[in-house]
Ligand binder design. Structure first.
Ligand code: T68
Length: 834
């Protein structure tokens, strides 16, 4: 009966998609085979899996490109207002399954490939991830473009077409090694080059001051170099595929005429060197998350893609409106994804003042209606600052413009609000005075934008109270909140098909676009039959993950054990070290008392450390060494396993998230702006163990306090403790278990023959002050895990919690986030594409 219902189910899915795109599995199969012949130049007998994947993509693209063209044409004809999402990162992952989900042909394609004796999932595995981002910030941009297309809003994403995305991670003898990520070495079927829209971008050089016949000052920038920006377009398919928007990514090239003929009359070789430098700009994504690298190449990347994008936006605007700038703010809104694209503000001013010859006030009036800025962090080391010296070298005219913006702001805005207050002026100035003068990009963004948002309630509150309090006084209402969200198409429907099918049996089929409808599952939370089905799916997903774990690490894990997952970038503020210390404590308890009462547990990590972040890499090493020891210790009878899955990325997340029982969200309160992995895990029925930080607070509000396990200091308690003088040694001496575990780091217990190899971790937690108060939260964290253990041992109670988590995550749909942006910031109308 199971297989008949499956066939019935898929038959109805197939007929639904035939209604929309008129395709049967046979027709799809013919299309794939045709592409194998005419696009790939091979045939059924010779084709590699990669060729089959390419041919399948080509078949999907027949629909996708047609819809993309229609969408662009409609937006042009209706002259729609659009949002332009400027982001240095778009962490898109794989496209095939997602695009099939969104055009409604997953089942058709799976059956077509089956008829060709191919396995759909295996073919999907051929696709490399498009990893043009570090973590949450980049993945948020990807979820947002998905939601914008799904909701039918005219939108374009602008970014960089990196040749190498985020490095791939290998683990060798427990340590992280970085290898370049060559995601498009063999071509990428999802992108189209648009040489007709190339832009030329100036850099370096000097500024000449001229006066016209009326004595009016005019500035002319004589650049030292011109770079070419080549756009690559990637279609972004909305759910239902009515709207297909574009993600436009810029690749840098040497500008042929300028560098070859004019500047380098001297030599062929010199010209080649300049070509290499030009092409370096889009070579590689900077691998830091939540830290500011401060490197010249990074500033050039930022300017390069902002300047290309603004020229592109203006070209499109002029096609409809000519040289009349009056409608520009009505047509264009630009969302700055963090301060990384902040230089777009002085760039637009430069074009309006120097090129279009608008007077300053009119130009500034336009700018202030066009830009909005999203803040993603309060961590001081992540707040971008550029040295004035570097800025002047790379962008001499922009530095002048920033000075002008700043002096007018201090005089016309700050002085009236805070008369004679030099301290406030010093704080709000875009220029930080000191040993080395710096440009503060956050201040520039707040001053140049009409709205500024944080990404979760508590974070936005702290942006107002701690980061920009004076700005909030000057411009009440400018600082606001938009809580993050994730797309349920990728993060539930496509990554967890079994759970999605179960949901569709009990909730209207349109739940992927009306996620609040999951609330209906609340009524089934105590239903024995539903609990059984729900937990059976969780179990099956764990069986699948166990296979992946075996393949990647050769560790055997028991799918009946509790799967506890922490997946996110490795950072001390995210406190993977707290998780590790607790695992070591559990291990110690099991060694001391073989009957120690706990369910079988598997702790699973996925995390990349920034290549230059020493302590993060030490923590990766420590996790792997502890895993080696624990997993091979027969004394604890497999009651505890520790797994570090290498090369965590979007496609691996899609396999891990559906298999999680527990979601670790354990940052120090006040440090994680929002988190988005927390939402994905809870949506797939994981129970959160978390601090009152970021979106955890809102997740707890939605799921109810009984369905999450909260521990640790609150933001206010953190502040109070810091003020009274936090001393980690107090916690070390007060807690026998904590002391014993920390002392383990000095021994060679986990690093045989190499005592003290892990000692730096202990030192960071004691001698260097424990910046993120790991020890202060340890006891509370340990208690929270005891609570988890007890809850898990009551399987009905646990099933109820898991179901309620899935049922109550409707708020965290990125469609809701986008609708908040539309209502409160962008003021867009959806556009119907026939
Ligand atoms: C993340 N930030 C936040 N930054 O840490 C996370 N930084 O709480 C939030 O949920 C997410 O943004 C989305 O709002 C980042 O991911 C970076 O990746 C980054 C990259 C370069 C420089 C600085």
């Amino acid at each position: 009966t199971k297989s008949t219902t499956r066939r019935k189910k898929s038959a109805s899915a197939v007929s639904a998609s035939i209604a929309q795109f008129g395709m049967t599995p046979e027709q799809f199969k013919e299309c794939v085979v045709r592409h194998l012949h005419v696009s790939l130049g091979t045939d059924e007998n010779k084709a590699s899996k990669k060729a089959w994947w390419n041919a399948t993509c080509a078949a999907v693209n027949e629909i996708v490109f047609e819809r993309a063209t229609k969408t662009q044409k409609t937006h042009f004809q209706k002259d729609t207002r659009a949002v332009h999402y400027l982001s240095l990162e778009f962490l898109m992952g794989r496209f095939l399954k997602n695009n099939l989900t969104n055009i409604g042909l997953t089942e058709v394609a799976a059956q077509a490939l089956e008829q060709l004796d191919l396995d759909f999932n295996e073919i999907c595995e051929e696709e490399p991830d498009m990893a043009l981002g570090n973590g949450g910030l980049g993945r948020l941009a990807a979820c947002f473009v998905d939601s914008l297309a799904t909701l039918g809003y005219p939108a374009i994403g602008y970014g960089i077409h990196y040749e190498h995305g985020l490095f791939t991670q290998e683990i060798k003898h427990g340590r992280q090694l970085e290898r370049p990520d060559s995601w498009r070495e063999y071509g990428n079927p999802w992108e189209i080059c648009r040489p007709e829209s190339i832009q030329e971008i100036p850099l370096y050089g000097y500024v000449e001051t001229k006066y016209d016949e009326n004595g009016r000052i005019h500035k002319e920038w004589h650049p030292g170099r011109i770079i070419k920006g080549v756009p690559w377009d990637i279609p972004v398919v909305g759910y239902g595929a009515k709207t297909v928007n574009i993600l436009r990514l810029w690749e840098s090239r040497a500008s042929d005429f300028f560098n070859w003929d004019v500047f380098n009359a001297g030599g062929y070789l010199d010209a080649q060197v300049e070509n290499v430098q030009a092409e370096t700009i889009s070579k590689v994504l900077y691998p830091n998350d939540n830290t500011d690298a401060g490197k010249e190449l990074r500033l050039i990347q930022q300017y390069f893609f902002c300047a290309c994008s603004i020229k592109d936006i203006i070209r499109r605007y002029k096609r409809a409106h000519g040289d009349n700038w009056d409608n520009f703010p009505a047509q264009v809104v630009m969302q700055l994804n963090d301060t990384h694209p902040a230089v777009a503000i002085p760039e637009l001013m430069r074009i309006l003042v120097d090129r279009a010859e608008l007077d300053w006030d009119k130009a500034w009036g336009i700018c202030q209606k066009v830009f909005a800025y999203t803040n993603h962090t309060l961590l001081p080391e992540a707040l971008e600052k550029w040295s004035v010296r570097l800025f002047e070298k790379v962008l001499p005219r922009h530095l002048e413009i920033i000075y002008e913006i700043n002096s007018r702001f201090l005089e016309e805005v700050v002085e009236p609000a805070f008369p004679d207050n030099d301290e406030v002026k010093r704080k709000l100035s875009i220029i930080e005075e000191g040993h080395e003068k710096m440009v503060r990009m956050g201040n520039l963004c707040v001053i140049g934008s009409f709205k500024v948002n944080g990404v979760a309630e508590i974070h936005s509150k702290l942006v107002k109270s701690d980061l920009f309090p004076e700005f909030d006084k000057i411009w009440p209402g400018k600082l606001t909140n938009v809580t993050n969200g994730v797309t349920p198409r990728r993060w539930l429907k496509s990554c967890n098909p079994a759970l999605s099918n179960l949901i569709s049996k009990h909730v209207d089929e349109d739940w992927p676009v009306h996620l609040d409808k999951l609330q209906k599952l609340n009524d089934l939370a105590d239903d024995k039959k539903f609990q059984k089905e729900f937990m059976q799916i969780k179990h099956d997903n764990k069986v699948e993950l166990a296979k992946v774990i075996k393949e990647l690490t050769n560790v055997d894990v028991d799918p009946t054990a509790l799967f506890d997952i922490q997946i996110k970038r490795l950072h001390e503020y995210k406190r993977q070290q707290l998780n590790l210390i607790h695992i070591m404590a559990l291990y110690r308890r099991l060694l001391q008392d073989p009957d120690y009462d706990m369910p079988k547990r598997v702790f699973i990590f996925g995390a990349k450390a920034a290549p230059g972040y020493y302590m993060a890499k030490e923590i990766v090493y420590a996790i792997n060494k502890v895993a080696d020891k624990v997993n091979n210790d027969s004394r604890i009878k497999d009651k505890l396993k520790v797994v570090f899955l290498p090369n965590y990325r979007v496609s691996l997340a899609e396999k891990m998230i559906p298999a999680a029982d527990v979601s670790e969200q354990i940052s120090l309160a006040g440090k994680e702006a929002s988190g988005t992995g927390n939402m994905k895990l809870a949506l797939n029925g994981a129970v959160t163990i978390g601090t009152l930080d970021g979106a955890n607070i809102e997740i707890a509000e939605e799921a109810g306090e009984d369905n999450v396990v909260i521990f640790g200091l609150t933001v206010d308690e953190v502040k109070a403790k810091k003020a009274e003088g936090y001393n980690p040694w107090d916690y070390y001496y007060a807690n026998e278990e904590l002391k014993a575990v920390l002392d383990w780091f000095d021994t060679d217990y986990f690093t045989p023959g190499k005592p003290g190899e892990l000692a730096e971790i202990k030192r960071s937690l004691l001698d260097y002050g424990d910046t993120y108060m790991t020890l202060a939260d340890y006891a509370s964290y340990s208690d929270a895990h005891k609570k988890i253990d007890a809850l898990y041992q009551d399987s009905a109670k646990w099933a109820r919690m898991a179901i309620v988590n899935t049922a109550t995550m409707g708020k965290f749909n990125s469609d809701r986030s986008i609708q908040d942006y539309v209502n409160n910031i962008w003021k867009l109308d959806p556009c119907n594409v026939e």
